[in-house]
Design a protein. Structure first.
Length: 590
RNA sequence: CGGGGCGUGGCGCAGCCUGGUCAGCGCGAAUGCUUUGGGAGCAUUAGGCCGGAGGUUCAAAUCCUCUCGCCCCGACCA
């Protein structure tokens, strides 16, 4: 195609300066027939194959034009949902002085995930993984009166987190683009409203994106704070386990899900008795050998806190420890499971025979242990276990907490109903931060009565690239991507089949112009390729509406519409095709 | 960081164990002719320091050592 014709196709721009139409002859979407070798997830494979992204280094990706169009659409949806709720966009520096992180105390907490660097004067900087410190620094300098609140500031920006193991392409990259918003309020009541505003905004955003998502209660993690919800796109390959109550509306991340009412394992107290248990290193072996339920076996696990102090953690044999709950129980101190050699040197016996009986390290136990009458515990001696052990009598538990990981069928903490599980991809997260950062950095306002109070903060994030990836993960088939209309880089794939037929091309370009005049976004495949290749590419790229113009259809003054999602085919009179498609598109966007 | 695997034209791979016509295959790219509603056929062509460094050997993609990068599983995490 000559440049002049190409320019002509690009003439009409949308209000954001993006062309309504593009020709595949020139458009930079490098598609691939074969799956990349280093991708595991379907969405990752498709994003490479459909020319959305290319990898530069581990967890670091380039966003190609097709991807960027989708990202821009998501960003516009986000901006409109936030702007109408009074949030204001700004842009903060990516490079931040390390000193700020020392001030907030997160220098240690964030650890090696923080990418540090030095400038030429040997001063320490980090590349921001998030921006609580920076935004709070601005606020402490500029906001002094309750009259300036509430305030909500947000940005859409590149972050860097030096993930231990980046994977799944853009889903868990090291460099990624995030929308992060921060709210500032005078009191709890107002902060609650700000939180609810953002919660509503997020619900609106992910609904408008056409995503099937769930909102769950979440742990607030390293960002800190008191209360939080996660927005999860439901997909089989999700990394998060989500629990849902079958009876009420309770929904939570598995790591957060509380267990309140247990089926306690009660019974008559027995007597402590040492028995020989050869070759029983694991709970299942031991249960089988002793002919007792796994639930009566008490797992003794040695955990090491950040300051290297050991804790012995007890949990029923049929349960898994929830390390998040454990950390929260110990005031958020990071805990890790001891290595086998550590366990042996601290407790004097190999893992598996560690005993709480007479233990010198503090013991923390799951609530389920509390009323256990005849438990099985280690003896501190290889190949021997105690049976008939009872907490309180045979060993001392310092404190009881809810420490077990919720499992399928557990009782709902709200209504007692049954919990079931689904997998999800976290695309958004809202936190009530409280005064954690405002106190650490000294951001406060004077109230009406003249008193000073730390500002109450909230923070709210959406992963831009991850949301796109999650959308693809949720919506695709064996042939390629199936874009929801709202996020699709273009809306219509216009395919003339016989490009050497001048009159057919003329009519196709005429239709092209009618479509873009009707504000439809069109990718025209006017390459001189065989139909099969064009159809395959169209399926891979996954635009919602495929319009084919051929000699056959043109004989009846028609074109063929195929909807990507349903596969539904409709013959449209070519004269009214744009009108029909516009109505279809507009309906899909509402 | 621990365990496993992989680096060979743009992409996907074979060759390595048993050193020596092993530098090859498919896709892709280019040119020509034919073809044209579901990834066409034929012919021709271009393109590779076999991840890097060192070593063993008459001889290394192949064996040894070190190193860099990537992927998977785990701990960790938005």
């Amino acid at each position: 195609m000559d440049r002049e014709r190409e320019r002509k196709l690009l003439e009409k721009l949308d209000p954001y300066g993006e062309p309504y139409g593009q020709s595949l002859l020139r458009y930079f979407v490098p598609t691939q027939k074969e799956d990349p070798a280093d991708a595991e997830l379907v969405s990752h494979k498709l994003m490479i194959r459909a020319g959305l992204i290319r990898k530069l280094a581990g967890g670091i990706y380039s966003y190609l034009p097709f991807m960027l169009r989708s990202m821009r659409k998501l960003e516009r949806i986000i901006r409109s949902a936030l702007n109408t709720r009074g949030a204001q966009e700004l842009l903060l520096p990516a490079v931040q002085p390390y000193e700020l992180w020392r001030e907030s105390g997160r220098d240690k907490k964030y650890g090696p995930e923080l990418l540090r660097l030095k400038d030429r004067h040997d001063r320490d900087f980090v590349i921001g993984p998030t921006h609580e410190e920076v935004i709070t620094d601005i606020i402490r300098h500029e906001i002094h009166s309750f009259r300036d609140l509430p305030l909500n500031l947000y940005q859409i920006q590149t972050k860097f987190r030096d993930e231990i193991r980046p994977r799944f392409g853009v889903m868990r990259g090291r460099e990624f683009i995030m929308k992060d918003a921060y709210s500032f309020d005078e009191d709890e009541d107002s902060a609650g409203k700000s939180y609810q505003d953002m919660y509503d905004a997020y619900t609106e955003i992910f609904s408008r994106c056409g995503l099937n998502f769930a909102t769950v209660e979440a742990d607030s993690g390293a960002i800190g704070g008191s209360y939080s919800h996660e927005f999860m796109v439901l997909a089989e390959s999700g990394e998060n386990n989500l629990v849902f109550c079958n009876h009420c509306s309770y929904a939570a991340n598995q790591e957060k899900a509380e267990l309140l009412s247990y089926k306690f394992i009660k019974g008559q107290k027995g007597t402590l008795e040492k028995v020989y248990t050869p070759n029983c290193r694991h709970v299942d072996q031991l249960a089988k050998f002793l002919k007792v339920p796994e639930a009566t076996i008490i797992k003794s696990m040695l955990f090491i806190a950040e300051d290297n102090s050991p804790y012995l953690v007890l949990i029923p044999g049929h349960r898994e420890i929830n390390t998040i709950k454990l950390q929260n129980a110990l005031n958020g101190v990071p805990m890790r499971l001891a290595e086998p050699n550590e366990a042996e040197s601290i407790m004097g016996v190999p893992m598996g025979f560690v005993t709480p009986v007479g233990a010198k390290v503090p013991i923390i136990a799951d609530n389920m242990i509390k009323e256990m009458a005849q438990g099985v515990v280690g003896t501190g001696e290889k190949d021997y276990h105690f049976i008939g052990a009872a907490p309180g009598r045979d060993f001392t538990v310092h404190s009881y907490f809810d420490l077990a990981l919720a499992t399928e069928g557990d009782p709902c903490p709200r209504c007692g109903g049954e919990l079931s599980f689904k997998k999800g991809i976290e695309v958004g997260h809202v936190f009530k931060l409280g005064t954690k950062y405002s106190e650490a950095l000294g951001a406060k306002v004077t109230r009406k009565d003249g008193s000073e109070t730390p500002i109450i903060m909230g923070c709210y994030g959406i992963g831009i690239g991850r949301t796109i990836a999650a959308s693809i993960e949720q919506s695709h088939d064996k042939d390629g991507i199936i874009w929801p209309v709202a996020l699709s880089p273009f809306e219509v794939a216009l395919i003339p089949l016989q490009v050497q037929n001048d009159s057919l091309m003329e009519k196709t370009y005429k239709l092209f112009n009618e479509l873009i005049d009707a504000t439809l976004e069109v990718l025209i495949d006017d390459r001189d390729e065989r139909p099969g290749k064009k159809f395959k590419d169209a399926d891979l790229l996954g635009l919602p509406y495929r319009v084919t113009v051929s000699e056959k259809s043109l004989a009846k003054d028609e074109c063929e519409l195929k909807e990507r999602a349903s596969g539904k085919i409709t013959m449209l009179p070519i004269a009214s095709a744009s009108e029909y498609l516009k109505a279809l598109r507009d309906k899909a966007l509402n």
